[in-house]
Design a protein around this ligand. Structure first.
Ligand SMILES: Cc1cc2nc3c(=O)[nH]c(=O)nc-3n(C[C@H](O)[C@H](O)[C@H](O)COP(=O)(O)OP(=O)(O)OC[C@H]3O[C@@H](n4cnc5c(N)ncnc54)[C@H](O)[C@@H]3O)c2cc1C
Length: 435
């Protein structure tokens, strides 16, 4: 375990807003470069591990496609009025939503997808090494395993489509294997006889995300990071030329900074606008249900993380606090932030999984959760400095890939703030691209 890194002549005071996986990783890498870092989050520490970066499915799936894929916008429109569709857009007359949807639709094409994948794969291929370095250095136990994930297919006629999707990732170097039903059950007896088979995407990993984020937040003070919770940023102080020099908190305090990194997840858009940067974002809410495995006569436990091909439910085994648990996560629900939960969408998680897994109907959920994926209208994160507001940097918009790509984003942000070349090309991710 390392102590605080030595400050250098180039050390700066950097304020990072948001202690999710993106902000916490950024703070860690900045501190390791010798900067003085203050990490602010409006939530208390306990609630933080229950945020999006704790409650997600924990699949660190490199090579994941962005949301903007050909056909997705049209499918979304078709599903718009069904409260139990995998992607549900709450119908409402809202200029921001209409403009976001239109821009999203314009980006659902093959050319854009190919460009996205170049960048996402460059990030993906580095992020697990970056994360593994952080876990090892900080001795963070979060049930991390680099064992890939399974695309589990119920209907035989869907195997070809699943195989086609896996094959489309081959040019990016990803390895996969087709496993037919009987062989799948031989390797992993948790699957029912109805399951036709699976595609094993071999290069990914899974973890217990609550424990990862909790471990990372615990590690930060050891590197000299000042972590401040219950600290809500309300506005920015700017010079006449627009440079950001301080943030103002809800309690009236002002914290001066040489640089400010905005990593506030889905709330980054509203905050960014206060400093003149627009990152059109919709919060795509998802849910999880967590189950404890009984000590007596437990059903067979899946050996790795998976996504159910027909129902889009992600299922991840997790060992937490000495207990074996299973997390069912998923559904995409685009609507205003802070609305009451749609219970039928929570129920979809179980309904969409029971026919795939043996004995799931015998388990009782021990907790339920909802959180927001920060989704930009072009499906890509916003990472980099803001031209119109010198001193302000943005790292957000990772949608369904934030847990996976957060660690490498943190590394790149620390490089950018330090004036170094980032470890992947961020040209396409310019936060000012939305105008
Ligand atoms: C159901 C579900 C399943 C998912 N599964 C996966 C998965 O398997 N793999 C994967 O890679 N990703 C997954 N994701 C996506 C992933 O969880 C997110 O992309 C990621 O957590 C976003 O991290 P973040 O740090 O950008 O934002 P957050 O984790 O949302 O953190 C932002 C922080 O900013 C703070 N904040 C906001 N406003 C202010 C303010 N004014 N002042 C101070 N602090 C503020 C908030 O309190 C919050 O703690 C999933 C998401 C969901 C919902």
């Amino acid at each position: 375990m390392a102590g605080p890194s030595a400050r250098t002549a180039n050390s700066r005071h950097v304020v990072v807003i948001g202690a999710g996986i993106v902000g916490a990783s950024t703070a860690w890498h900045l501190a390791r470069k010798g900067h003085r870092v203050t990490l602010l989050d409006r939530e208390p520490p306990r609630a933080l591990t229950d945020g999006a970066s704790g409650g997600n499915a924990g699949l660190l799936s490199i090579g994941h496609y962005p949301l903007t894929r050909p056909g997705v916008s049209m499918r979304g429109l078709k599903w718009m009025f069904s409260r139990t569709a995998p992607l549900y857009i709450k119908p409402r007359l809202d200029r921001e939503l209409v403009s976001w949807l239109w821009n999203f639709h314009l980006h659902c094409n093959k050319r854009h997808l190919d460009r996205c994948m170049q960048v996402l794969c460059a990030m993906g291929w580095q992020t697990l090494e970056v994360l593994e370095g952080m876990l090892e250095e900080e001795s963070i136990a979060c049930d991390y395993a680099r064992d890939g994930w399974l695309d589990v297919v119920m209907k035989l006629e869907n195997m070809a489509a699943a195989e086609h999707e896996a094959r489309s990732l081959e040019p990016f170097g990803y390895k996969w294997e087709r496993i037919d039903g009987d062989e799948l059950r031989r390797r992993d007896p948790c699957f029912t006889r109805d399951v036709a088979g699976a595609i094993h995407m071999k290069d990914s990993a899974h973890c217990a995300p609550n424990d990862l984020i909790a471990g990372l937040l615990r590690a930060l003070p050891r590197h000299g990071v000042e972590t401040r919770f219950d600290a809500e940023v309300r506005s920015f102080r700017r010079t006449r030329s627009g440079a950001v020099t301080a943030v103002d908190l809800a309690n009236g305090e002002s914290i001066g900074a040489d640089a400010v990194v905005l990593a506030a997840g889905v709330w980054s858009d509203a905050l960014g606008r206060l400093a003149g940067v627009k990152i059109p974002m919709q919060g795509a809410r998802g849910y999880h249900l967590q189950f404890d495995y009984p000590a007596d006569n437990p059903p067979p436990l899946p050996s790795t993380g998976m996504v159910l091909h027909e129902t889009f439910v992600a299922i991840t085994p997790m060992r937490r606090e000495g207990k074996q648990q299973l997390r069912l996560a998923g559904t995409l629900e685009i609507g205003p932030l802070g609305q009451p939960w749609m219970r039928e969408r929570l129920e979809m998680l179980v309904k969409g999984s029971v026919s795939y897994l043996e004995g799931l109907d015998r388990l009782k959920p021990t907790s339920e959760w909802a959180g927001y994926r920060p989704c930009t209208s072009d499906g890509m994160p916003a990472i980099g400095g803001v031209r119109s507001a010198p001193g302000l940097y943005v790292a957000t918009g990772h949608a369904m890939m934030g847990m996976t790509l957060g660690p490498v984003t943190g590394k790149a942000m620390a490089e950018i703030v330090s004036g170094e070349k980032p470890c992947f090309d961020v040209a396409m991710l310019d936060p000012s691209r939305f105008g």
